[in-house]
Design a protein around this ligand. Structure first.
Ligand code: 3HC
Length: 301
């Protein structure tokens, strides 16, 4: 069995803001670890979709014997969905924000959470594009702001990057690392903030090279992916991976980096920008670097 703690509820309430692919799985990872969790989204429809997706994931885990039915039921019982942010924030000990990757949205949200949450609450962002000093700029508690950056799929991937701003306190970092460990995951600590942190900077370099090889006509999408899988042992090639995480996310990350650096090399490449403009965002839209059928089976480039 995994790090399921159905019989040992954990002290502390966690509020996860944003019920997309990341937020919903982060919320379930916390519920599985015994925390009482509220998953907030402004759209009821997103909450319903999140619950349906999580039900599917948990049913597969139970069917595979990874988890007992009782543990799954207990985790769902600890996971409440709500569109009421004010009510959800009043007794949160930790907030993990996984809303849209737009700095202004995150800054507004953090400023609002700062007024709604108790003074001890840690405000953490799952953002990889924006550093905690920027996201928490309009709060009165910069010492209790950090990034907790999970990886997709968040229920599976072990790494969580814990990022401090110059103002983040040691106590906040200790609590954030303890939370990550309670989730059964590995904390990678960034003692100094940098856009993209560690894993996405390395992944970004790989993706840039993959797109440059494609745009140069050197190899196809599927052969570049094949090289990464079969020569380098990566579980997925860079294009397959981007179809899973969303081309819009990769695009936003590059835009964020370009806005910060002004370096034209950081701009989203033509082939990526074209796909995003056409709404080809990856598996979630049925087309990205590859095309997919309604069941999610890959059809080709
Ligand atoms: N949600 C939940 N669980 C999932 C899942 C999903 N979307 N996809 C797969 N899984 C689970 C499966 O159920 C299975 O669980 P089990 O071990 O209990 O049987 C397990 O993951 C392995 O899945 P599969 O056997 O079906 O397939 P793979 O062996 O190919 O593994 C994978 C799938 C874990 C996604 C693997 O391909 C992988 O590690 N890929 C790379 C993922 C990666 O690099 N993520 C980081 C992306 S970058 C990022 O997130 C940064 C952000 O800022 C955008």
């Amino acid at each position: 069995m995994e790090n399921n703690a159905a019989d040992t509820p954990t002290d502390g309430r966690i509020l996860v803001v944003g019920a997309g692919a990341m937020g919903s799985q982060i919320a379930m990872a916390c519920a599985l670890a015994g925390y009482r969790v509220r998953l907030h989204d402004i759209a009821e429809e997103s909450l319903e979709k999140a619950r349906a997706n999580l039900t599917g994931v948990m049913e597969r885990r139970v069917a595979k014997g990874r988890l007992s039915q009782a543990e799954s039921d207990a985790a769902f019982a600890r996971l409440e969905s709500t569109t009421d942010l004010d009510g959800a924030a009043v007794d949160a000990d930790v907030v993990i924000e996984a809303a849209v990757e737009k700095l202004e949205v995150k800054q507004d949200l953090f400023a609002r959470l700062d007024t709604l949450c108790p003074s001890h609450t840690i405000l953490a962002s799952n953002s990889s594009s924006f550093v905690p000093s920027a996201i928490g700029a309009r709060t009165e508690r910069p010492d209790r702001v950090c990034n907790l950056h999970f990886f997709n799929p968040a229920l599976v991937m072990k790494c969580v990057e814990v990022v401090r701003s110059p103002d983040t306190s040691d106590a906040t970092m200790d609590a954030a690392v303890a939370l990550v460990e309670r989730l059964g995951k590995e904390a990678v600590v960034l003692n100094k903030e940098i856009n993209g942190f560690v894993a996405n900077r390395i992944l970004g370099a790989l993706r840039d090279e993959a797109v440059a090889l494609l745009e140069g006509g050197y190899a196809s999408v599927s052969d570049i992916d094949k090289a990464c899988r079969t020569a380098l042992g990566h579980p997925m090639g860079p294009f397959e991976l981007q179809d899973m995480t969303g081309l819009d996310i990769g695009h936003a990350v590059k835009q964020g980096r370009y806005a910060e650096s002004g370096d034209p090399a950081d701009q989203p490449q033509r082939s990526l920008a074209e796909r995003v403009e056409a709404g080809h965002l990856g598996r979630k839209t049925g087309q990205g670097w590859y095309r997919y059928d309604s069941e999610g089976n890959k059809l080709g480039e």
